[in-house]
Structures are given as C-alpha cells and as structure tokens.
Design a protein around this ligand. Structure first.
Ligand code: HEM
Length: 534
C-alpha cells in the first residue's frame, strides 16, 4: 500500500486537516457540495452548542446511523468472490439452457460461501454446514445454484425450516450458544426428527470443519430438471468438485484457529485470489430419467437422500474459476441476493417439497433484508444480458420503462413482447391428487443412508464422527435427549452408538429407536464420500 504525502494543516485546536491537492479530490457531501472542514461541527463560538443548520454534520451522522441492514436470517456470515464459468461441451441433447450450448463459453459468476448458524461477526471455523451459493449471469438470465457443502439436508419439508433454524440458533431466553450445535434445543429437535440422521452424520464428520473454502465440494442438494428444445425432461443433480481436492481440519485445530484468527477462511480466500492462485471447481451433473427415479431405492424428491456417485457417476460439464475479489464487501457480498427460483430456460424444478418451499422463501427474505422491491437494480443482482420488462416505480427505482408504454398488450408497437419459443417454459408434468398434508411413505427410511455414509468413512474419519457426537452430546444437559440420540445411533451403527455411549458414560444403552423402515445393509458403499480416500 502506498502511503500518500498529504498536504497537512493544523487547526486552532491543534487538530490536523488533510487538504485536497492535485492528487486528491475535494471531499463533498452526498449532494456534491465541497466540504471545507470535516474535523469540526458548526458551533456558536468554539465552545458553544452545535447548530442545527450544520447540514454536513447532520447528513454524515444520519447516514452512519443507517449503515446496518438486517443480517441474513441464516448464512449471515459469508465471503464472496467473482469469477467465471467455462462450459466444457454442448449439453444441447439434454438442456436448452444457453449456458450449456457452446463449448468454451465463458459466463460471469459470483460465489458466496458462508456458515449457516453464526451471526455476521462469528468465527469461520465453527462446526457447521457451509453455504456454496453461485450466481451465474447467463445470456438468458441469472441462474442461482444456492447450495451447501453437504449433499443432503436436515429436513424433508419446508414447513419444518423455521423450527430447525430456531432450534439451532441461540436459545431465546439466554441468547447463547451463538454459533455451535452443542446445546439442548438443537439436539432436542434433531432427536425428535429422525429424518435428520443422515445429515447429522455429515454434520458431525470432517466435512463440517473444512480447511478452507477452496477445499470444499458444493451440492445443489435437490433434484432439478433439465429441459431440452422439445421440453423433454431429464432429472439432474449438481455437484461442484474442488480442483484442489478436499481437506478439513480436526476439532482441536478448529478451536485454536477460531481463537487466533476468526477470519481464517476469509483470509485464505483473499490471499489466494490476490496472489493469483485462483481456486477452481468442476461442475458435475448426475443425470437420470424417470425410469431410473422409479427404480432407485429412495425417492429422488427426498432431500435427505443422495444418489451415490458409484451408482450414478457425476459427469463434469464445466469449470468455475474465482479470480477477483469484490471491490466492496457490502455492495457485493452483503447485498447479493441468491434465490433458488432464479433459473434460466432449460432448467426447471422437481417437486422436492423443500425446494418448493425455498422457491417461495428467498424472494420474501430479500425484500425484508434489502428493503426494496428494486433489489435487482443493484449491480451485483442485475442480469448482465439485455432485459426488458414493464415493472416500474417502488423505493429506489433506478430503471423505469422508457417511453409511453408501461403495459402490454399495447397498440404502440412499443416495449418488449413474449418469446414463446425461446422463453422460460415449465415442464408440463402430469399432476393430480387429493389436497392433503401427508409425508409420503417413500420418504420413510431415515437410517439406511446415514449408515451408508458412516460406513463409507475410513476408520480415522469414523472416529472423528464418534468423537464429535460424544463431544456435542456431552454438552446436552437433559439425559432424555442424549438417550434419544443414542437410540437413533443404534439404528445407524452399533459400534458408533457404543463409542458415543462410552464417551457419555452411559451405563445401560437404550432400546433402538422405532423405525418405519428397517435400515438396509445391502447398499453399495460409496468410497467417493470419504475425504481421506480421495
Ligand atoms: C440463505 C431460507 C434450505 C442454502 C437463506 C436465507 C433464507 C433461506 C431466508 C437468507 C437469504 C438472504 O437473506 O439472502 C431457506 C429455507 C430453506 C432453506 C426456507 C428450506 C425450506 C436451504 C438448503 C440449502 C440452503 C437445503 C442448500 C442446499 C442456502 C445458502 C444461503 C441460504 C447457501 C446463503 C446465500 C448467500 O450466500 O447469500 N436460506 N433455506 N438453504 N440458503 Fe437457505
């Protein structure tokens, strides 16, 4: 950093004034009025009361007083970077998404990594899921893949999301713990929610304390659809694979790093990109049709399940390179608004009930957080392709329809028109049935994939899971909750349950939890799940 020699002047009270010269512009108010003195407010005499007419002081304090906006209700702590996505080859046989039509096509991208639970100022190395949200500024509109570094989720239905998040955030009477899963409320909810067991195995594994953002995988989690030019559908799951491979720290390291440098992950990404060591991920897709979905052991609409990579090998379709840090953290990283419902033509949703709820939730939360329906006018959220619509006015409108027409159809030949052949069309799925609140039976197996994940791990990784569970549950004050968790673990793996029981000093193990579906032993082990084997 260059230290500028400023022209310095000393005021009557000994205060220093830095005066504009050829190299620095004059300071102005937000209205552009040049400021003569930024060190002293306007007073009656040197020691008298401050005058209300001091518009510079008033404007400066007013603006400062309003600097904070609500932090994200989840994923408040995050760090972003710009880059690009490069398509390897045309996928026109499965999707008409413009981004996948031409090999070598480069699409601008912005990525925000985050923790989920902690507040904006919390530490980077908390044991937590990491958000991996990607905004792709495609030529046919913004496409957000709002994913995590874990391929499954805690709950099956969006209606449980507020409960999950309330349980994991600080307890409402005492305001702690702030950023860790180690407390009664969280384990109470989890132990009463057997569908969360698969995710819990991942959250207690090394995946939840990554060495850096650069060594993490990312997952879209839900099943989506690709639609081709004839609107034929192929199911798709999205996976980001880091070129550097995966690395994690161990818990003792995480605790020390958090104490010594709570910005560890931020600093790592900043340093890597600033020194030209650009992190890179391959986007891989798992593609399958309705026949595969019908034959697969689990419901592909259930977000607590994955499709093992040896059952359906991920196909690399492009690479993501992060090569530029934002110029301004607030303007870009904080104000970026990711939304699962941002999909371009050629990408569509499945009926995954968690995804359907998310599609509703993100628009809502962005309005609250960013304060205006015009948040798409912010440069970080605006498309980088031409766009034309008739939306107008509202707080902070920076773009309104030009000319006479702000509606259509109109007789003036003015303004944009519908694009029936190239525009976004939804998959014409056949849907019929009675209107019910019902969890389908195909979502009922909560333990088989939890077992699959645990057993896919190396002995070292398995011991880390057992230690994490022992440590976290040892913080739970209520014996009945610890017991409930042990009863679930007995359904997942006896030896895991025994290790955790021993760590908790439990003399007599409880009965295994009731299970609607007996956990299976016959699933192929998935070596791709282990970090140490990769
Ligand atoms: C952020 C809701 C499930 C990934 C958020 C935010 C909300 C939210 C309200 C804050 C957004 C903001 O203020 O900008 C929900 C709901 C869910 C759900 C209602 C379930 C029904 C998930 C799942 C994933 C996920 C399953 C991963 C696949 C993310 C990420 C962010 C986020 C990565 C941070 C985006 C950023 O960096 O700005 N979510 N979420 N969420 N969510 Fe979810």
């Amino acid at each position: 950093t260059r230290i500028h020699d400023q022209q310095l002047r000393r005021g009557a009270g000994g205060e220093l004034h830095q005066v504009a010269d050829g190299g620095t512009p004059p300071l102005t108010t937000a209205q552009g009025v040049p400021v003569a003195d930024d060190q002293n407010s306007l007073k009656v005499g040197g020691r008298g009361p401050t005058l209300m007419e001091d518009f510079h002081l008033r404007e400066k304090l007013f603006h400062f007083d309003h600097e904070r906006i609500p932090e994200r209700v989840v994923h408040a702590r995050g760090y972003g970077a710009h880059g690009f996505f490069e398509t390897y080859k045309s996928l026109s046989d499965v999707t008409r998404a413009d981004i996948f039509q031409r090999a070598g096509e480069k699409t601008p991208a912005f990525v925000r990594f985050s923790t989920v639970v902690g507040a904006k100022g919390s530490a980077d190395l908390a044991r937590d899921v990491r958000g991996f949200a990607v905004k792709l500024y495609t030529k046919e509109g913004n496409w957000d893949i709002v994913g995590n570094n874990i391929p499954v989720f805690f709950i099956q239905d969006a209606i449980k999301f507020p409960d999950l998040v309330h349980s994991v955030k600080e307890e409402p009477d005492r305001g702690f713990p702030q950023a860790t899963a180690a407390h009664d409320n969280f384990w109470d909810f989890i132990s009463l929610t057997p569908e969360s067991m698969h995710m819990i195995m991942w959250a207690m594994s090394d995946r939840a304390i990554p060495r850096s953002f650069r060594f993490m995988e990312g997952f879209g989690v839900h099943t989506f659809r690709f639609l081709d030019a004839k609107d034929q559908s192929t199911f798709v799951k999205f996976i980001w694979k880091p070129k550097l491979g995966m690395q994690s720290v161990v818990w003792n390291e995480a605790v020390k790093i958090n104490g010594a440098d709570p910005d560890f992950h931020r600093r790592d990404l900043w340093n890597a990109i600033q020194s030209g060591d650009f992190p890179e991920w391959e986007l891989c897709v798992q593609l399958f049709d309705q026949a595969f979905a019908d034959a697969f052991e689990f419901d592909v609409l259930d977000p607590t399940k994955l499709i093992p990579e040896e059952v359906l090998p991920p196909i690399p379709v492009g690479r993501l390179v992060l090569d530029r840090m934002p110029d301004n953290l607030f303007a870009e990283t904080e104000q970026v608004a990711f939304m699962t419902q941002n999909v371009p033509p050629g990408v569509d949703f499945s009926n995954d009930p968690l995804l359907q709820g998310r599609n509703f939730s993100y628009l809502d939360t962005q309005l609250k957080r960013l304060g205006s329906t015009n948040f798409t006018h912010l440069p970080i959220n605006a498309p980088k392709c031409p766009f034309h619509h008739f939306q107008q006015d509202g707080h902070m409108a920076m773009r309104n329809p030009v000319g006479r027409a702000n509606y259509q159809p109109n007789s003036w030949g003015a303004g944009p028109r519908e694009a029936p052949t190239t525009g976004f069309r939804s998959f014409a799925a056949d849907e019929a049935g009675s209107k019910v609140r019902l969890r389908p039976e195909s979502f009922a197996d909560h333990y088989s994939q939890a077992r699959l994940f645990y057993r896919s791990q190396t002995p070292t990784e398995q011991s880390h899971i057992a230690m994490a569970l022992g440590f976290e549950l040892s913080k739970v004050q209520t014996g009945a909750i610890r017991e409930r968790m042990l009863s679930h673990l007995l359904r997942i793996d006896d030896s895991l349950a025994a290790k955790v029981g021993e760590a908790l000093g439990v003399a007599r193990m409880p009965k295994p939890a009731d299970a609607a579906v007996e956990p299976r032993d016959d699933l192929a082990l998935s070596p791709a799940l282990s970090i140490l084997k990769n």
